[in-house]
Design a protein around this ligand. Structure first.
Ligand SMILES: Nc1ncnc2c1ncn2[C@@H]1O[C@H](COP(=O)(O)OP(=O)(O)OP(=O)(O)O)[C@@H](O)[C@H]1O
Length: 244
């Protein structure tokens, strides 16, 4: 039995008087990627922020078993006054490493997302949107998180690069037996990266379906991926409030 690395139990949340989450029950398992889907504005980013401890639920519980959580937002949120290298190295600040060690790890994380040479010394404003997003992923992975929360982080990237970044996140989950919760609108992306998929209803959101996809993503055949994407599209269409 795989243990949950993150569990939401009857989580409710409102922004002021607007109820957004209406009793979310969801488990994110160690060693697995869980895709989170649902219509725009239903509360997916809000749920991720609660999972990261950035927002407090109005009621319900959030259980986290790992020590380290990293989150990558839709927009990269880099520190504009630091270079790409310094942004990534800064994430290791709490680790009390020698500065040369911090720098080496940050360089390795940047190399893994394809940033090398002069680019690592550039400031965020000097990088393309896709490069900034890759720096944000490097900053998340460099701390070797037990829990990785990704809010559509590959949207700004072209398809081959997006796939490369997905597989980096996937490798991290497999290597470290980390857990990942990944927001996506794309059933095909979910079928390519996830073991589990949860679909939320429009706000105030509940989990309307949860589906385990067949096998490990690495051994999933093209036909299985296509079938899973088709089933997920069906789930989304049957979700209450979905466009007819
Ligand atoms: N800080 C905030 N204050 C007030 N309302 C907010 C705030 N952040 C988000 N909302 C509202 O809460 C609802 C859920 O937003 P959220 O960003 O969590 O949805 P989402 O499912 O991630 O959307 P999308 O798929 O479009 O990114 C939306 O109606 C949004 O306008």
């Amino acid at each position: 039995m795989t243990a949950p690395a993150l569990a939401f139990e009857r989580v409710h949340f409102s922004y002021g008087a607007d109820p957004i989450l209406d009793g979310i029950d969801l488990e994110v398992l160690a060693g697995h990627v869980t895709a989170l889907m649902g219509p725009s504005g239903c509360g997916k980013s809000t749920l991720l922020a609660i999972g990261a401890g950035l927002l407090e639920p109005a009621s319900g519980r959030v259980l986290r078993t790992g020590r380290r959580t990293a989150i990558v937002f839709q927009d990269p949120r880099l520190l504009p006054w630091r270079t790409a290298l310094a942004n990534v190295a800064f994430a290791l600040k709490a680790d009390r490493l020698a500065s040369a060690e911090r720098r080496d790890r940050a360089m390795a994380a940047l190399a893994s997302v394809g940033l090398r040479g002069d680019d690592v010394r550039k400031y965020p404003r000097q990088l393309s949107g896709g490069m900034r997003q890759r720096v944000a992923l490097a900053r998340a992975l460099v701390i070797e998180p037990d829990l990785l929360l990704l809010d559509e982080p590959f949207g700004a990237l072209d398809r081959p690069l997006a796939r490369q970044m997905q597989s980096l996140a996937r490798d991290h989950v497999d290597r470290r037996r980390a857990a990942a919760l990944v927001v996506t609108h794309d059933p095909r992306e979910a079928a390519d990266i996830a073991e589990h998929v949860a679909v939320l209803s429009p706000a105030p959101a509940r989990v309307t379906s949860q589906r385990a996809l067949p096998g490990h993503v690495a051994s999933r055949t093209e036909a299985e991926r296509a079938a899973a994407a088709g089933a997920l599209t069906g789930d989304a269409e049957r979700s209450p409030g979905a466009d007819p």
